[in-house]
Design a protein around this ligand. Structure first.
Ligand code: ATP
Length: 291
């Protein structure tokens, strides 16, 4: 059994996000094309003799008790398997928080994988994904990683062919958006458009980046952009700079732009940071689950 495990928890973007209905229990039924990107949080798990879970993070405003998803993930598995030892979790965040990039879900998924390995629980990836949904709808996807279609509340997953190679500029304007606010204000029954996600899947099958970007769309922009015009401004800047397409990820406010050339993405990245339009801005590549 290993005493220490280092893990990476990668962020995601939604190449497409559609809401197709609302369930009686209040959850929204979604249809999303998910893509992991090369921006990650680093986690260090250490086994301790004394029982208990201890979390430390580099961000002073994040909870370290059971409100942190990494605590909840470890607690859930360790309780189920009656692990008597303790665990310390060091979390170094890089993925912007409350930003639409699934950072907390990805951290939780990494902890599920790490705890399973550290304490030799013998759970398959599928079994971890099944448990992950109890922590959050995106957690099973974060265990899976790569390019995938997510349906249901996000937990019904189908692996898709990997996104064609490109550069992705991620930029989070200096506002935090509540996912609850965005879904709560979405008029599910009268959405004026739905992105063509079946078209996007066909384009992925042909490794056709033009086809993928032509089908990009996110219905949640209809709620977030009127409330946070900074999101539209970032989209416009990226499009003017030659992005193939720019879109908000998840419920926002992070915007991502798809670029052919790293130099063009890096130039805008520097400008956005300098001007304070997005202090958290990064040029990354799609992360393929096989990497
Ligand atoms: P999604 O894209 O799934 O909607 P998000 O980007 O909106 O996710 P997160 O950054 O995952 O949101 O987390 C949002 C909230 O969850 C924060 O307000 C934060 O306090 C809480 N939280 C709990 N655990 C974590 C964690 N490990 N990392 C980030 N936030 C966490």
């Amino acid at each position: 059994m290993s005493d220490q495990i280092n893990l990476r928890a990668y962020g995601k973007i939604n190449l497409g996000l559609d809401v197709v209905g609302k369930r009686p229990d209040g959850y929204h039924e979604v249809k999303m094309v998910m893509q992991t990107v090369g921006l990650y949080d680093s986690l260090k798990l250490e086994r301790k003799k004394e029982p208990g879970i201890h979390v430390a993070t580099n961000l002073y405003f994040l909870p370290t008790g059971e409100d942190n998803l990494v605590y909840r993930a470890a607690d859930m598995l360790m309780k189920e398997f009656g692990v008597k030892e303790g665990l310390s979790i060091g979390l170094h965040k890089r993925i912007p928080v409350a930003a639409g990039m699934g950072g907390g879900s990805s951290d939780a998924a990494a902890v599920l994988v790490g705890v399973n390995k550290m304490f030799r629980l013998g759970l398959s990836r599928k079994a971890l994904m099944e448990r992950g949904v109890n922590l959050g709808a995106d957690v099973p996807y974060c265990v899976m990683r790569g390019t995938a279609l997510a349906e249901g509340i996000g937990e019904k997953l189908r692996r898709l062919p990997p996104m064609p190679d490109c550069f992705i500029l991620l930029a989070k304007p200096p506002v935090s958006v509540s996912t609850r606010f965005v879904y709560g204000n979405l008029k599910v029954d009268s959405l004026p458009f739905h992105p063509d996600l079946d078209g996007m899947i066909k384009a992925l099958e042909k490794n056709n980046l033009d086809g993928v970007t032509a089908c990009m769309g996110n219905v949640l922009e209809m709620v977030t952009i009127p409330a946070y015009p900074q999101v539209q401004k970032l989209k416009d800047i990226m499009m003017d700079a030659g992005a193939r397409m720019a879109l908000m990820s998840g419920s926002g406010p992070t915007v991502f732009g798809i670029f052919d050339k790293k130099e063009a993405a890096d130039r805008i990245c520097r400008m956005l940071r300098r001007e304070g339009l997005a202090k958290q801005a990064y040029t990354v590549k799609p992360y393929n689950s096989k990497e």
